[in-house]
Design a protein around this ligand. Structure first.
Ligand SMILES: NC(=O)c1ccc[n+]([C@@H]2O[C@H](COP(=O)([O-])OP(=O)(O)OC[C@H]3O[C@@H](n4cnc5c(N)ncnc54)[C@H](OP(=O)(O)O)[C@@H]3O)[C@@H](O)[C@H]2O)c1
Length: 267
């Protein structure tokens, strides 16, 4: 991976997070990473780490082995048209753009350029993303490169493209949903006696521990919950009260609302 040149077109929240993650892996040389955006001065922090920054999408794409598209949906088609003349079949294009399908992108660049869709989350900056990937089976040869790259940045799941909207909600928006849970738990923690800092620390580590319990054991969450809930105990009383107030139901409604706002199942 060390000598691969990676260009990130759109160094905003996610694009910069990807660059940070790539640096953290130490598997890609910083000078082999290029990030573009129009307000390039906002990329100074990456520039100081040796990452190339530029406003020139065409030059950045021309030199790349892998091109990440990390712009807003309404920007991606114009940008693809702009860089299309320098794209070749030895490159790999990975679009992180929400709601823009492989076939939308292929309409612009044709079917000769290896093309992937990836849906990560901002934990990619810490190499802790879940990145859902979709691609046409004909890119079998490039598949390992892309999966290995995203495995350096967290972990990956290959999914049918029709599940991309669902992946966006569960994995990408999911960061915000989990953080809102964290904030609510902190607010409760403060009311029962902790400082905001200590409530944040205890809540964040508890969420990390809960995640690790599931990731390492593959147990259903309820199996781990059963270990914490003694009959007539305090945990089950709190949990049941949360459910009476609509905890699970509100979470599911929120997920479905986000999903519907994306236009449903297709993209
Ligand atoms: N944020 C997430 O957690 C997340 C997760 C999964 C997928 N996504 C998807 O990733 C994409 C980017 O999301 P984001 O949250 O990172 O948005 P963002 O912060 O707005 O970043 C988009 C970036 O694109 C740059 N840009 C716009 N026009 C450009 C051009 N012509 N050439 C080069 N750069 C250009 C913008 O910078 P300038 O205005 O300075 O050019 C901006 O920094 C979206 O499609 C989003 O749905 C985001």
């Amino acid at each position: 991976m060390e000598n691969r040149r990676i260009t990130i077109i759109g160094g905003g929240n996610l694009g910069s997070a990807i660059a940070e993650g790539l640096i953290r892996t130490e598997q890609v040389k910083n000078e082999n990473i290029t990030v573009t955006r129009r307000k390039v001065y906002l990329l100074d922090a990456l520039k100081e780490k040796g990452v190339k920054v530029t406003t020139d999408n065409v030059a950045a794409a021309k030199d790349a082995d892998i091109v990440f598209l990390v712009v807003k949906p309404f920007q991606v088609i114009d940008i693809l048209n702009e860089i299309k003349p320098v794209l070749t079949s030895r490159m790999i294009v990975v679009s992180m753009v929400t709601g823009t399908s492989l076939s939308d992108l292929q309409t612009v660049i044709g079917d000769r350029i290896p093309l992937f869709r990836g849906m990560p989350n901002t934990a990619i900056a810490l190499c802790e993303s879940i990145t859902c990937l979709s691609f046409d089976p004909k890119w079998e040869e490039q598949k390992e490169t892309i999966i290995s790259l995203f495995n350096l940045l967290g972990t990956t799941a290959v999914i049918n493209e029709e599940l991309m909207a669902a992946a966006t909600v569960l994995g990408s928006c999911g960061i915000a949903f989990a953080l809102r849970f964290m904030r609510a738990a902190m607010q409760g923690g403060i009311e029962i006696g902790f400082s905001a800092e200590m409530a944040q620390f205890i809540t964040a580590q508890t969420m990390k521990g809960a995640s690790e319990l599931i990731l390492k054991s593959n147990h259903h969450p309820e199996r781990e919950i059963d270990k914490v809930t003694t009959p007539r105990g305090i945990t089950i009383s709190g949990l049941n009260e949360m459910e009476h107030q609509g905890f699970s139901s509100s979470l599911i409604h929120g997920l479905i609302t986000s999903f519907e706002k994306m236009g449903g199942a297709k993209k």
